[in-house]
Design a protein around this ligand. Structure first.
Ligand code: PHE
Length: 454
């Protein structure tokens, strides 16, 4: 089917959109904690290795498939390997993206609620004792989290309906710089608190003795999740990149922004946690219990400043989560528009319905449905672990195998050098191809099998 496709207007627009997908909840609630727990700067080093040798090859594989065909995951694989089952791999990755957005938007919804709480000045010093417990009662509530999840998914849908150029590109172009300004402002506040030094030490002091197998596995998992790999979103965004663009530059640019944001988030979060004398943790507890507690207890000395920071913080989380969720929804929408011939608006409405319904189940799994268990996990935990531990790795593995072993070497080279336009890329082609063909699939395969057996 022939479709008039939007193309990102510039290199910057493409990188901002992909960085928007990459920068999300993963950077804020998992990365800072992982760094601290797994040996500070030593962990960052491993993370860098994992990003260069494993994540970037997957990233480039997705970019190559997407840009080569200017189609979404299903259409691209059907076109490059006609008459083979590869297209079903494309469909599988699209389904993974739909599962992720379902539980991701529940958390996005919590950030909507907390933004309003911050605006209503609910994190006041005299209430600091209740602030941490507020979270548990909010998420176990039936209707409020569903309402917020609906609002978050609705916002996502509105941006996606507007299209790649008018919706996604425009939103990312504004939100990326805003996100960086916000996180730097919060970091300055956090670093200025008395006792912040301990949090800095927690993040930077290299401790190689803590680099065990689990640290290495965490670094890889975090790098995949953070760069939105294995679920076809990078492939879909790349299908909107113009032919003359340098794929290696956009891959590197996106990874750098993602890493920089994760590190800034670490310095925004951990110094405040240590200043308040709290044990750091990861996950929802860190951003919805610990930080609100800190905002409220600091409020005694600096009521105006800490209220402003609380508002900015939840705004940052909301924007970061939104730029990620639009990339997931777009992946599904591309499929319905390209393969099923639906209008964009109809496709958005259908997928809004599907992901909203699954998201409601995830949301209710903190309350009325908390007793429903799949393999010993609640619905939310199950969706999270099915995708993060299993489907994303499988998708990443299959994308590298497809580019390394199914596509012809000449085609891969042509795409990676933009038809010979970038001689520097031709020079590193051998090495990059080696990573895509051997290193990445072997290591990712081992991680996949280990996850499967554990
Ligand atoms: N990279 C996003 C984050 O760090 C999550 C994401 C996963 C987005 C998969 C799109 C696809 O939060």
């Amino acid at each position: 089917m022939d479709h008039k496709r939007d193309i990102f207007s510039s290199r910057r627009a493409a990188i901002f959109a992909m960085a928007g997908s990459a920068i999300g909840l993963g950077n804020i609630w998992r990365f800072p904690y992982m760094v601290g727990e797994h040996g500070g700067a030593a962990f960052i080093l491993v993370y860098l290795f994992a990003t260069v040798f494993l994540s970037l090859p997957i990233f480039l594989s997705e970019s190559i498939i997407g840009r080569r065909t200017h189609l979404g995951p299903y259409g691209a694989m059907a076109k490059l390997a006609p008459g083979t089952p590869w297209k079903h791999v494309g469909l599988l990755t699209i389904c993974s993206a739909m599962i992720i957005i379902s539980f991701y938007s529940v958390v996005g919804g919590w950030s909507v609620d907390y933004l309003f709480k911050a605006i209503r000045l609910e994190f006041l010093p005299e209430r600091s004792e209740q602030v941490s417990s507020m979270f548990g009662s909010m998420i176990s509530n039936t209707w409020l989290p569903i309402l917020c999840h609906t609002a978050f998914l609705g916002l996502t849908a509105v941006i996606v309906v507007l299209g790649v150029r008018k919706g996604i590109e425009r939103f990312s172009k504004i939100s990326m710089p805003v996100l960086f300004v916000l996180i730097v402002a919060i970091m300055c506040y956090s670093l200025s608190l008395p006792g912040a030094g301990e949090g800095v030490a927690y993040l930077v002091k290299p401790d190689f003795s803590r680099l065990d197998a689990s640290a290495v596995a965490s670094a890889m998992g975090q790098s995949f999740f953070s760069l939105s790999l294995g679920v076809g979103t990078i492939l879909t965004y790349s299908s909107h990149i113009r032919k003359s663009e340098n794929l290696i530059t956009s891959g590197l640019g996106t990874s750098l922004f993602d890493l920089l944001f994760a590190i800034l988030a670490g310095f925004a979060v951990m110094p405040a946690v240590f200043a308040a004398g709290i044990e750091p943790g990861a996950g929802p507890g860190l951003i919805f219990e610990t930080l609100p507690y800190i905002f409220s207890s600091m409020g005694a000395q600096m009521p105006v400043l800490s209220s402003v920071i609380a508002i900015l913080f939840f705004l940052t989380i909301l924007i970061a989560a939104l730029t990620s969720s639009i990339s997931m929804l777009e992946t599904g929408v591309t499929y319905l528009v390209e393969e099923k011939g639906l209008r964009r608006r109809t496709a958005v409405i259908i997928l809004f319905g599907v992901t909203w319904a699954l998201g409601c189940l995830c949301s209710l799994s903190f309350g009325p449905l908390s007793g429903v268990k799949l393999f010993g996990k609640t619905i939310f935990e199950f969706c999270d672990s099915l995708t993060s531990d299993f489907l994303m790795t499988l998708g990443g593995l299959l994308f590298t195998l497809f580019v390394g072993w199914k596509m012809s070497r000449a085609d891969v080279r042509d795409e990676l050098t933009s038809g010979g336009l970038y001689p520097a890329n031709a020079k590193i082609f051998k090495f990059t191809y080696f990573l895509i063909r051997y290193v990445a699939p072997v290591v990712i395969g081992v991680v996949f099998v280990t996850n499967l057996l554990m």
